[in-house]
Design a protein around this ligand. Structure first.
Ligand SMILES: [Mn+2]
Length: 197
């Protein structure tokens, strides 16, 4: 497959975000968002997805983290959509179950070209440190809508909210890795009977 990299810059009155991705990387992350827990989660995507990412996000965090988290999801989604190109030779589907002590989550992803997020997650706490757990939904909606993927996210077990979130992001990284992987038997072919995705 051709090199799968992309850079996207997205500027609004609320946030200024630059994202570069290499889908065939080694998991190297450079990130500066002003939202430490979000950075801890993006690190899971990079490491477990083996995706290199450079991310700089400046947002109106003096209000709260909402705009920065949502807009980073959007910008990352745009970068992924650009980087996957025509998806020829790509596995397309990916899934993973990831545990962390008592917590267990499952993420299933399809690079279908059709945005859809189906999430069944009840966080046991409203915040993790100073991070509002409602913002995960904003992040994933932003990503899914702009990457053009269908995604099912289920937290199956978990008492500790940090563990719940971390298993979701690790499973997301693992599912991405599987879906993005080259399938040699599909070389040069679209992973769809429609002929395009
Ligand atoms: Mn952790």
């Amino acid at each position: 497959m051709a090199e799968r990299t992309a850079s996207v810059e997205r500027n609004t009155l609320e946030t200024q975000i630059k994202v570069s991705v290499n889908l065939d990387g080694t998991g190297q992350l450079n990130i500066d968002t002003g939202v430490p827990f979000l950075e801890h989660m993006i690190d899971q995507i990079a490491r477990h997805g083996l995706i290199d990412m450079d991310i700089v996000a400046k947002g109106d965090n003096h209000i709260d983290d909402h705009h920065t988290v949502e807009d980073l999801g959007i910008t990352l989604g745009q970068a992924f959509a650009k980087a996957v190109g025509d998806k020829k030779g790509m596995t397309r589907y990916g899934h993973a179950y990831v545990p962390l002590d008592e917590a267990l989550s499952r993420v299933v992803i399809d690079f279908s070209g059709r945005p859809g997020l189906f999430m069944d997650v009840e966080y046991t706490r409203a915040s993790i440190g100073r991070f509002d757990t409602q913002l995960f939904s904003e992040f994933f909606h932003g990503f899914v809508n702009h990457a053009g993927v269908t995604m099912h996210i289920d937290n199956l077990k978990g008492y500790n909210a940090h563990h719940q979130a971390e298993t979701i992001f690790k499973a997301f990284g693992r599912a991405l890795r599987m879906a993005l992987a080259e399938d040699p038997r599909m070389a040069g072919m679209m992973p769809s009977t429609k002929g395009s995705l």
